[in-house]
Design a protein around this ligand. Structure first.
Ligand code: GDP
Ligand code: IMO
Ligand code: MG
Length: 423
């Protein structure tokens, strides 16, 4: 399969987990390179649903090595909880199939508390974060005051560093009117998690380069989406990491010339959870999808905002990520729609945009210019091949791939593994 970076081409929740699970069949190693347990990747195998937050979605296949790379911020309590959850479903996570980078940063309770407090202070300008402490954890990393996994699994280091960080953060928390943290309690919990995780911790950069030398194929599992990227997203309504393809290199230690291709995952429509501009947002399609019980967040349960497919955004994503191949998911979500709209440009006053403007305030004022497609109005969820898809659905898929500027590779017509059409 060669080394493949898989990214979300929209605002997250594109169905990356499902596509990762499908592509893992022909990979040896799956690596998460950015984000933390703000992600929620849904995989449905034989009707059973698993939602992965930190552990790569490749874990559901046997004999695959799953790696959390250095670019991830890891909440150890969340990770242990996730491992226990998988064990209950008979999926054993052992040092043979799961490895954690010693240089990944640790999410601590003061990060979560600060995340929540900052949202309160922002009031109506809030980001709508997942409150998992992601922003403050990456903030500490950049400020060089973060704890890394290597510190977590060494009790003496953890004690020293955590005590200093709790002292400083308690001053901030108190000034915000929040309850200070007890060092003793936090240390006990995190030291316990550190002892549990120690056997999984390795130098993952060296490990990945050894895998490459053995000729193994690596799949890089992106989290979030292009427009949640800290540099390329709709700042400040973004997450705090580089979710785009470049993040796969910095977040894993595998250099650009070892990457062979980029797969972009996008829904056949658009969704976003949290605040910030969404030019094609539309009540009719929101009501339709929510009415079908779809489009509720896998991490926070919040209803996702829904809209028509935005090819200005996905074309921009192709440019920023270098997307070669496209996986279009949730085609079946449009099965009942009479007339399907696709945004082909934005209008802002007299200006017409064919790329996504950097200023979120301008983007919020952009009016979509739509092209219309006739709906196929036939169920697609049982279609097994390109030929079985209704001609109007094929035309729609071809058109959105062409507008996006990459090759149509996969069409997904349901959440299950088997509901996947290779084009
Ligand atoms: P991720 O964060 O990108 O992995 O996406 P999520 O798991 O948060 O959200 C995608 C949702 O769409 C999940 O509920 C998936 O089970 C579901 N899904 C993925 N592909 C398809 C599809 O082709 N059809 C349908 N009906 N659901 C899909
Ligand atoms: P996956 O990997 C969709 C959004 C949040 C919020 C913003 C910042 O499942 O696609 P954060 O907690 O990261 O500081 O929140 O980013 N967000 C996501 N939206 N899918 C995700 O991950 C997301 N991870 C973060 O809703 O708007
Ligand atoms: Mg998700």
């Amino acid at each position: 399969m060669a080394n493949t970076i898989l990214v979300g081409a929209q605002w997250g929740d594109e169905g990356k987990g499902k596509i990762i699970d499908v592509l893992t069949e022909s990979a040896d190693v799956v690596v998460r390179y950015a984000g933390g347990n703000n992600a929620g990747h849904t995989v449905i195998v034989n009707g059973r649903k698993s939602v992965l937050h930190l552990i790569p979605s490749g874990i559901l296949r046997k004999n695959k090595l799953c790696v959390i790379g250095n670019g991830v911020v890891c909440d150890p309590l969340g990770l242990v909880h996730e491992m226990e959850g998988l064990a209950k479903h008979g999926i054993k996570v052992t040092p043979k199939n799961f490895v954690l980078s010693e240089t990944a940063h640790v999410v601590l309770p003061y990060h979560r508390e600060l995340d929540s407090q900052r949202e309160v202070i922002k009031g109506k300008n809030k980001i709508g974060t997942t409150k998992r402490g992601i922003g403050p954890a990456y903030g500490d990393k950049a400020a060089r005051v973060g704890l890394r996994i290597a510190d977590l699994v060494d009790s003496a280091k953890l004690k020293e560093k955590l005590s200093a960080r709790i002292k400083e953060n308690n001053i901030v928390l108190k000034s915000l009117g929040a309850k200070p943290l007890s060092f003793k309690k936090v240390f006990a919990e995190y030291d316990k998690a550190g002892r549990f995780l120690k056997p999984f911790v390795q130098n993952t950069v060296v490990l990945l380069h050894h895998a490459i030398r053995r000729g193994e194929d690596i799949l890089f599992e992106g989290a979030q989406g292009t427009f949640l990227d800290i540099d390329h997203g709709t700042y400040p309504f973004v997450t705090s990491s580089n979710t785009t393809a470049g993040g796969a290199c910095t977040g894993s230690g595998v250099p650009p010339h070892r990457m062979d291709r980029v797969v972009g995952v996008m829904k056949a429509y658009t969704t976003r959870v949290g605040e910030g501009p969404l030019p094609t947002e539309n009540q009719e399609i929101s009501d339709l999808l929510h009415g079908m019980g779809r489009e509720f967040g896998a991490t926070t349960g919040r209803a996702r905002r829904c809209g028509w497919f935005d090819s200005v955004a996905t074309r921009h994503a192709t440019m920023v990520n270098g997307i070669d191949d496209l996986a279009v998911t949730n085609l079946d979500g449009l099965d009942t729609v009479e007339t399907i709209k696709v945004c082909i440009a934005y209008r802002h006053g007299k200006k017409r945009y064919d790329y996504v403007p950097n200023d979120a305030a301008i983007l919020a004022q952009c009016e979509p210019v739509y092209a219309e497609f006739e709906g196929w109005r036939t169920p697609t969820d049982k279609c097994k091949s390109w030929k079985q898809l209704p001609p109007k659905a094929r035309a729609y898929l071809k058109a959105i791939a062409e507008l996006t500027g990459a090759k149509l590779y996969i069409a997904s017509v349901g959440p299950g593994r088997e509901q996947t059409i290779f084009v």
